[in-house]
Design a protein. Structure first.
Length: 437
């Protein structure tokens, strides 16, 4: 999913009963066809601004209207507002027909009962479940349940590096391991410039980085029963390793502790920071004035002696945007037609090209446009070394509580306060205690 500061809002909905939150419940049916001539669609802000999304989506929605006679009313919703808007809609039962959701929200929103389950029949209506990359479908809902949404745009994390800054420092290649990241980073962190950018106040971004390091330490944030296990020794070490990039290794600028609005991307484009760990960043770099070839792309580092892969060699969460249907829709047939249209091969090529993401539809990935250096890294990562965030109803509270703990640790590092194993454990224990029983 893209970056968001709205994760805390889901806690309000999920701390009350499921039936109080849902635009529908497990036995409330699957919508009606009382308004077959129109659909409302909430799209997430994927481009540099809302106008760019309107420009990208407008012609495609007009194409759908010409093919089906169904008019689509589009609203592009900014990321900081999206989750709150969705939760308000689930509580009132007055939502759009179709909407984008960040894939990390899938299980949490699934638990409200407001979204249409994608059972075999619904998947058949859009061409079949096997059209989609398995890891993308795996991030669309809790294990053992029908997915709550359908993959639309796929992304993963990669290491982006500024080629000019690397040349000027005499560095020939990007770091492949975390030890190399520190060694390389210290060569780059001088004269007011820094090696690595971070978004220390962005709760979701904090979780994404901590999740990967947790996997590399052989840990999980939730146990096999779905219970929080935040403060295990391995998770403590994973979080400490991330914060230590600022606190001990001094390769992240202290000011990054306050970043939460993608400022690290602007620093990268302006030559203030040599590397960032990010999802599908090319379009943002171009929007900030960079040109193709100014940056390079490599897999996210792994521990010394390892190569990217599954298990302890995981180097990204499965990122992306899913397309969901409200159960209370008054145009269920039209909604299914719209999802089929948006996930069709041609639309997948058009939309993912526009946003610099990877199609989750396997046949669409064969287009040469997705063979660029950065998209090849992203696609290979998704196929071989990415894992979905915990697919549990409490995932959004996890983002809020642990993301806040990491934010506070970055604030300590920026202020020169010691970040110790004990202080990290205390923060994670507090986060675990804030989770619902």
């Amino acid at each position: 999913m893209r970056r968001t500061r709205a994760a805390a809002a889901v806690t309000v909905c999920l701390l009350v009963s499921v039936t109080a939150c849902g635009g529908g419940s497990a036995d409330s049916g699957r919508g009606s066809n009382t308004a077959p001539e129109e659909l409302t669609y909430w799209a997430s802000n994927q481009g540099p601004d809302l106008a760019a999304d309107q420009a990208a989506l407008g012609p495609e929605l007009k194409k759908f209207e010409q093919q089906t006679g169904i008019k689509v009313k589009l609203e592009v919703v900014p990321w900081p507002d999206l989750l709150g808007r969705i939760l308000a809609a689930t509580a009132s039962g007055q939502g759009p027909d179709v909407l984008n959701i960040g894939n990390t929200w899938s299980s949490s929103l699934q638990a409200t009962g407001a979204l249409l389950p994608w059972d075999a029949g619904n998947f058949d209506a859009i061409g079949g479940k096997d059209r989609f990359v398995e890891s993308a479908v795996g991030s669309a809902g809790a294990a053992g349940k029908d997915p709550a949404a359908v993959p639309l745009y796929s992304m993963s994390y990669a290491l982006y590096y500024n080629k000019k800054m690397f040349r000027e420092a005499g560095i020939e290649k990007p770091p492949a391991t975390w030890d190399e990241m520190v060694t390389t980073g210290r060569k780059l962190s001088k004269d007011g410039k820094w090696a690595l950018g971070a978004e220390g106040s962005n709760l979701s971004n904090n979780i994404h980085q901590a999740f990967v390091l947790s996997k590399q330490h052989g840990a999980e944030f939730f146990d096999a029963a779905g219970k929080p296990a935040f403060d295990t020794p391995a998770n403590v070490e994973a979080v400490k390793q991330y914060v230590d990039l600022m606190a001990k290794d001094e390769i992240i600028a202290p000011g990054n502790a306050e970043y939460d609005k993608n400022q690290s991307l602007q620093d990268f484009a302006n030559g203030k920071t040599a590397m960032v760990l990010w999802q599908s960043a090319a379009s943002s770099f171009k929007a900030h004035g960079m040109k193709e070839g100014d940056w390079g792309v490599a897999p996210v580092p792994v521990p010394a002696g390892a190569t990217p892969g599954t298990g302890t060699h995981t180097n990204s969460m499965v990122a992306g945007i899913n397309l969901a249907v409200f159960r209370s829709t008054d145009n269920i047939d039209g909604a299914l037609k719209f999802v089929k249209f948006m996930t069709g091969d041609e639309e997948q090529k058009i939309l993912n090209k526009a946003y610099g993401s990877v199609p989750p539809v396997k046949t669409a990935q064969s287009d040469p446009a997705f063979a660029t250096e950065d998209l090849t890294v992203l696609r290979d990562t998704l196929a071989t070394s990415a894992a979905p965030l915990p697919q549990v109803p409490e995932e959004s509270q996890f983002e809020t509580t642990v993301g806040t703990a990491i934010k506070e640790l970055f604030a300590d590092a920026a202020a020169g306060r010691p970040v110790t194993t004990g202080s990290v454990k205390a923060k994670l224990t507090k986060a675990q205690q804030q989770m619902p029983n």
